[in-house]
Ligand binder design. Structure first.
Ligand SMILES: Cc1ncc(COP(=O)(O)O)c(C=O)c1O
Length: 378
């Protein structure tokens, strides 16, 4: 391997959200979703050079950024877009909040999956919008949308459906068939779609690839805002840059709401990091995927040996969604925390009997975590 993911990185005294929340002498913190790896060398070099310039004035997006993103989407996902369909954002989360606020009126409703990354619900509550939850079901070890019963959730007030693909938590990489069914459902009920695809670069399943829902047809594309970023895959969420793709000019205008006003533009370092990734990040990403696959298998094998825990397929990303119902313990997150492992509580995403374990870390640390799980959950 050209890149070494086993080298421990120091995150103490770096104001790391994940490492500073608990006493690191007592608790191994594998919760919030960033990785313990350094970003790719091409990113570090580009940022170092930019820092050494010493002048950090107001900076516009690099002129080639949209063109390179469009090229990337074509090469990686066979998705042909016009660079002008892209709206650059500081983060995917700000895009989620803007989409909910701008694509629905005060008395209109939103559909969202459950369990789900907590900002989906927060985006609705902060905009004072009601939402209905599409309860994901475990089928053949994959968390999938209940396509047959979705229509029951729709009223004439429903205007927007949120999708998370790959799904967090649960890590489903939705298939073309599943996405087409969802797209058809949204067409039938005349719903806008906002698809959060931030985990697209982290598909671990050897037989799956990421399919942007908007790439399936012009009809779907014209009703979809796709949110993407390199923050997760290349591990620089602290610099923060994302983008929305919207073919429909009305949706594009909606996503520009308040940009550069109450929503600040990305920092110049975010432009630098994203551009370096677009140009030279791919070899690192390929090796990251190999490394994460081994971590995934370690977790799968460990959980298979513990009767009281279970887990579905881990098709993407570095977030293991572990079912602890059979532990018969009301708060499995607290149980593990007391044993020295911080996970994310399932209640944060909508299912209290689960925990989410971040395995974007050095293997030695993951083994430590799995040992704690073994001892605590047998
Ligand atoms: C589905 C999903 N969307 C968005 C984010 C956060 O994105 P950003 O840091 O660009 O706001 C996360 C982070 O875990 C996520 O899992």
């Amino acid at each position: 391997m050209a890149f070494n993911f086993d080298t421990p990185t120091n995150r103490l005294d770096t104001d790391s959200l994940r490492w500073d929340t608990f006493d690191h002498q007592k608790v191994l913190p594998l919760w919030v979703a960033d990785m313990d790896f350094q970003s790719p060398p091409c990113v570090i070099e580009a940022l170092t050079k930019r820092v050494q310039d010493g002048v950090y004035g107001y900076t516009h997006a690099p002129l080639e950024l949209n063109r390179l993103i469009a090229k990337y989407l074509l090469e990686h996902y066979h998705w042909q877009i016009d660079p002008d369909w892209i709206v650059i954002l500081p983060s995917v989360v700000s895009g989620l909040y803007t989409a909910v606020q701008q694509l629905t009126q005060q008395d209109e409703k939103v559909l969202l999956p459950n369990p789900i990354y907590h900002h989906f619900k927060l985006a609705c509550t902060s905009a004072n919008r009601q939402f209905e939850q599409m309860q994901l079901q475990l089928e053949n070890e994959r968390w999938v949308l209940p396509n047959d019963s979705l229509a029951n959730l729709v009223t004439h007030k429903t205007k927007l459906a949120l999708l998370c693909n790959p799904q967090n938590p649960g890590s489903t990489v939705f298939t073309e068939l599943e996405l087409r069914a969802f797209g058809d459902f949204c067409i039938e009920h005349d719903l806008w779609i906002c698809s959060d695809e931030i985990h697209a670069g982290l598909v671990l399943d050897e037989y799956k690839s990421h399919i942007p829902i908007a790439s399936l047809s012009k009809e779907i594309s014209l009703r979809t805002v796709t949110l993407m970023s390199f923050n997760k895959t290349f591990n620089f969420p602290g610099t923060g840059l994302a983008w929305a793709v919207a073919e429909n000019p009305k949706l594009r205008t909606a996503m520009q709401f308040s940009l550069n006003e109450t929503i600040a533009p990305p920092s110049l370092f975010a432009y630098t990091a994203s551009l370096a990734t677009l140009k030279d990040g791919e070899p690192w990403r390929q090796e990251l995927i190999q490394y994460l696959r081994v971590n995934r298998d370690l977790i799968k094998n460990t959980i298979a040996d513990i009767d009281k825990l279970s887990i579905g397929k881990m098709e993407a990303s570095y977030l293991a969604w572990i079912d602890c119902s059979h532990l018969n313990y009301q708060n499995p997150h607290q149980l593990l925390l007391e044993a020295g492992l911080a996970t994310s509580p399932g209640s944060q995403f909508g299912l209290a009997n689960f925990i989410r374990l971040n395995f974007g870390t050095q293997r030695a640390r993951l083994n430590q975590a799995l040992e704690i799980i073994r001892k605590t959950c047998y």
